[in-house]
Design a protein around this ligand. Structure first.
Ligand SMILES: C[S@@+](CC[C@H](N)C(=O)[O-])C[C@H]1O[C@@H](n2cnc3c(N)ncnc32)[C@H](O)[C@@H]1O
Length: 298
């Protein structure tokens, strides 16, 4: 039903009930008007932001949206019609999250959409960007839980001598990420596969840099994943990690309570932290803290 038809039908419904239920009708009419005002204000605020956007933001949005449409092999209309998985339950079962969320067409697309304007996602990229100069020529990176492949592509685009391999538990993410690397013409310097961060298909001391950004909280036992990351990292190599604090989403199977708990985990597995940032963000109405770290394996 389109809006004008809806409004006519709603008013007709109210009219038929006015005599018998005058207060209920007055209540529903006022509530409707108030909600419309609220939504309108929100839409106008968003539109105003859009009107004031600098050209760089338009360029960025254009690039990310066209990447998403290419990777997901969809149109903008199909993007908005995608079914949002809503079967996750708070039972914190890894296999359930995998089948009900990660293995859906929606998942890599939703993670990729975050890179349009979601501040924590943009901050992940900015944190990696801040440390690029430390990584030498011909560095070999391992991107653990690469998701849509945005960070993988970003790294590969920075230096034509770099190689970025990685695993993600989701076949859909693998497909999406590989299409992104193809679009960016960097696929030949990358070997991505489906795999579990808790049991990596690589020998010891294989990589100069490991990236584990917003992935360890997705397993019930982050220490197991981080120890595996340490195993495949060369001595003297770098780890870039990001972990949220007090963000109990249904797909998060471990909740970190404080930045100190995150730091304690890094210390426990033997990482030497060089740079540690904590930033407060908003997710819907609730604040949470995201942490970003650059460490070395002594
Ligand atoms: C929030 S996304 C982060 C994606 C990417 N690192 C980024 O920052 O854009 C988390 C990713 O971890 C993956 N994941 C969850 N559990 C995993 C596991 N046990 N092993 C490997 N990947 C996993 C999910 O499939 C998802 O793609």
């Amino acid at each position: 039903m389109r809006y004008p038809e809806f409004e006519t039908a709603f008013e007709a419904q109210l009219q038929t009930h006015t005599n018998l239920y005058p207060h209920a009708v007055a209540y529903h009419r006022a509530r409707f008007e108030q909600t419309i005002q609220y939504l309108l204000t929100s839409i106008l605020e968003q539109t105003e932001t859009l009107i004031q956007q600098p050209e760089t933001n338009w360029t960025h949005t254009e690039e990310v949206v066209s990447d998403i449409l290419y990777c997901g092999e969809i149109t903008v209309e199909q993007l908005f019609a995608l079914e949002i998985p809503n079967q996750l339950t708070p039972d914190r079962d890894f296999e359930a999250v995998k089948t009900k969320l990660y293995e859906t067409k929606y998942y890599p697309i939703s993670e990729h959409l975050n890179y349009i304007t979601f501040p924590p996602a943009l901050e992940r990229k900015a944190f990696i960007g801040k440390h690029l100069d430390r990584f030498k020529e011909e560095s070999c990176f391992c991107d653990l839980g690469f998701g849509p492949g945005v960070l993988t592509a970003f790294l590969l685009q920075q230096n034509a001598t770099w190689q970025v391999d990685g695993v993600d538990i989701s076949q859909h993410c693998l497909h999406h990420a590989q299409r992104l690397l193809t679009k960016k013409e960097v696929l030949d310097r990358s070997e991505l596969s489906v795999g579990d961060v808790r049991k990596l298909p690589y020998p010891d001391n294989a990589f100069d840099v490991v990236i584990a950004v917003e992935v360890l909280e997705h397993i019930p036992d982050p220490e197991v994943g981080l120890s595996e990351a340490m195993r495949v990292l060369k001595p003297g190599g770098y780890a870039i990690t990001a972990l949220p604090v007090q963000l109990p989403l249904l797909m998060h199977l471990y909740d970190f309570d404080s930045p100190d708990e995150v730091l304690a985990l890094y210390k426990k597995v033997g990482l030497k932290v060089i740079d540690f940032e904590t930033k407060e963000f908003q997710r819907q109405a609730d604040p949470f803290v995201d942490t970003f770290a650059l460490s070395t394996k002594p």
